[in-house]
Design a protein around this ligand. Sequence first.
Ligand code: GUN
Length: 293
Amino acid sequence: MTATRIDGKAIAAALREKIAVEGKKLIDETGVVPGIAVVIVGEDPASKVYVASKGKAANECHFKSVEHALPADTSEDTLLSLVGELNEDDSIHGILVQLPLPDHIDESKVLELIRPDKDVDGFHPINVGLLTAGAKDKAMVPCTPAGSLILAKRSLGDLSGKSAVVVGRSNIVGKPMAALLLAESCTVTIAHSRTKDLPSVVKAADIVVAAVGRPQMIKGDWIKDGACVIDVGINRIPAPERGEGKTRLVGDVDYDGAAEHAGFITPVPGGVGPMTIALLMANTLTSARRAAG
Ligand code: GUN
């Protein structure tokens, strides 16, 4: 079997267009311009790339977009004050603090200060609780899992009764992804570094979500025939075949091997990544709509 490649880039572009139309409608009808603030602390090159693409998408959607780039030695108090100001700013409906933060800053303190209704990342304990309690319509749902779920549903249709394995148990992806799949009535397994016989666990799944952050760790022959493989990983590895010192991006799944077994598979890049950014715009629009009343 050769898998159908899921074109996350095209699906995300269509979603952004729809959000732009709906955003325009909100502006015309209420005068409320959806606004997003992205805060980045330090110089992590990957984070800078993500932040730039978030700003670009916001502009495309006609949203107000502000970026706060703070030096790596910014104090926790300074960051908390900035979040406090953004919480009070009525022109801002979404606040995103790019992770990871430098070690001297307590990440949970920062995330817990963001007003839950402006928490477009869905990382605040209130939003985590709503999602886990099965009240996702009231929650802000984390963007990467929400985007991954859209891709799985477009590929397989109704997910009810399907077996799903989420490889990785992070708060950003693994845990909320499992909650979303459970809400779709999947039978969900969360696998992680201590899981015994991971290949057999993966082999049993109709849906595999890979979010471990290890390049090409999930091998092609672990994949059940016809499964839907959603690869959340973005890893940079050396690519000497492209010339000395060159690198390339790969996912957590061995794409070529997995494509021989899977029914559907997301590429890296061009799969989940663009969906994350589109869902961030969707969450910002939702927050602006709620603020407009
Ligand atoms: N760093 C990597 N992924 C994310 C994300 O989805 N949100 C934030 N805030 N930081 C990240």
